[in-house]
Write a protein that binds this ligand. Structure first.
Ligand SMILES: Cc1cc2nc3c(=O)[nH]c(=O)nc-3n(C[C@H](O)[C@H](O)[C@H](O)COP(=O)(O)O)c2cc1C
Length: 384
């Protein structure tokens, strides 16, 4: 009945996934003090791989110490961590799942208590996540240093045995801070506000702007992708995660995101992961009838680039609906925290035993996730 969820998928002739199920990247706040993966975290990832998920995204892993954003966040910023990365890749690969390292820089959401330096960002604009320090604007040299750190981190992932990498371009972190007119107020080639006065006067949409500012705001992501591609060679899969739109009317739209993705495909990405809290829901309401951001992106990109959909997908029927929309892969986040055995429950027809909610705080303590992560899920999985 749910056979399509278990059909293999080839990514750009580089890798074949055993099925369409992806574990969404989820920060566990459980790393070691030096940024290595803890054994609890490896067991947690390994358990979902063993259960039959096709592709496991690791939690966001910072590529440069200036990007360290969460307590006990895992890192991939030094060669000393290659052993830790190799243990993580092996914990996933040994069960036949594909392992992707999610590479991250927090930008204005980084915290000096972890990084020992003020946060760095395209412009001195505080994180929209709130509660963070005001960042300092990056110099040109620092921008190139961070681009290089993404490339080096990707090289480490490949050396460690990961099947691919995901660049964390979503959820308001550094890539998005460069692309967003809200957080990028630069006047050099790395930025530019929404559109120039002439474009605004003629009501030209950002993605059709004649002032080149969308191109400038895309430059950071493009340079990272080029640097990563040159580091890992032509055959290594690169996925780019993106938030498809920003809620504010002056933020970027899905049309703008599509322009960026088309450029990144030219530069070497193989796959796109459309980040969303609720699949199928948009916030802008400027989509063609019957569409939504993830479908718009799928429809606009070449067919050979697989697209991952995500967001509040809990049942196999909901997952099937995503595939029926033409989306290639379905990522599951919180439902895999509640159900480490989601894939085998679906395969064996025990779908009624899929846990949808948490009944009590006591039950939270029984989740098969690293213990510090249980506390961390209080906001994202409330007791109901
Ligand atoms: C505890 C938690 C940690 C998360 N950490 C990350 C992360 O490290 N990187 C990322 O791109 N998204 C992260 N997310 C977002 C998820 O990948 C996913 O997009 C979101 O949870 C929606 O999917 P879901 O409804 O299936 O959980 C996190 C979400 C949760 C709940």
């Amino acid at each position: 009945m749910y056979n399509s969820l278990f059909a293999p998928l080839e990514i750009a002739g580089k890798l074949t996934l055993r099925n369409r199920l992806v574990m969404a990247p989820m920060t566990t706040v459980s790393g070691e003090l030096d940024g290595a993966f803890s054994s609890e975290e490896l067991d947690y990832l390994s358990l979902r791989a063993e259960d039959g998920i096709g592709l496991i995204m690791t939690p966001a892993c910072f590529c440069h110490k200036s990007g360290h954003a969460f307590e006990r966040q895992v890192g991939c910023h030094t060669d000393d961590l290659i052993r830790s990365l190799a243990r993580c890749a092996e914990a996933i690969n040994k069960h036949g799942a594909a392992s992707f390292l999610q590479i991250h820089h927090g930008g204005n959401a980084a915290r000096s208590e972890f990084s020992s330096q003020p946060p760095l960002a395209p412009s001195a604009v505080a994180s929209r996540r709130g509660g963070n320090e005001l960042p300092r604007e990056l110099t040109e040299n620092e921008i190139w240093m961070i681009i290089e750190s993404f490339a080096r981190a990707a090289g480490r992932a490949k050396q460690a045995g990961f099947a691919g990498i995901e660049l964390h371009g979503a959820n308001t972190y550094l890539f998005q801070q460069f692309f967003s007119p809200f957080t990028n107020k630069r006047t050099d080639k790395w930025g530019g506000d929404k559109v120039c006065a002439t474009c605004r006067e003629h009501h030209l949409h950002d993605s059709m702007s004649i002032c080149g500012r969308l191109e400038n705001r895309s430059r950071f992501a493009r340079e990272v992708v080029k640097a990563v591609r040159s580091e890992v060679g032509p055959k290594y899969p690169i996925c780019y995660r993106i938030s498809p739109e920003e809620p504010d009317p002056d933020g970027y739209s899905t049309r703008d995101a599509i322009e960026l993705l088309k450029m990144l495909i030219q530069d070497g990405i193989d796959m796109v992961h459309v980040s969303s809290w609720e699949y199928g829901k948009g916030v802008r309401n400027d989509y063609p009838p019957g569409s939504h951001p993830t479908r718009m992106i799928r429809d606009a990109l070449p067919r050979e680039i697989p697209v991952i959909g995500v967001g509040s997908i809990q049942t196999p029927d909901q997952a099937m609906k995503v595939l029926e929309d033409g989306i290639d892969l379905v990522a599951l986040g919180r439902t895999l925290l509640l159900n480490h055995d989601w894939a085998s429950k679906v395969r064996s027809g025990q779908t009624s035993s899929i846990k949808m909610t948490l009944a009590s705080e006591e039950e939270r303590q029984t989740l098969l996730v690293p213990p510090p992560m249980r506390e961390y899920t209080r906001r994202s999985i409330p007791v109901s």
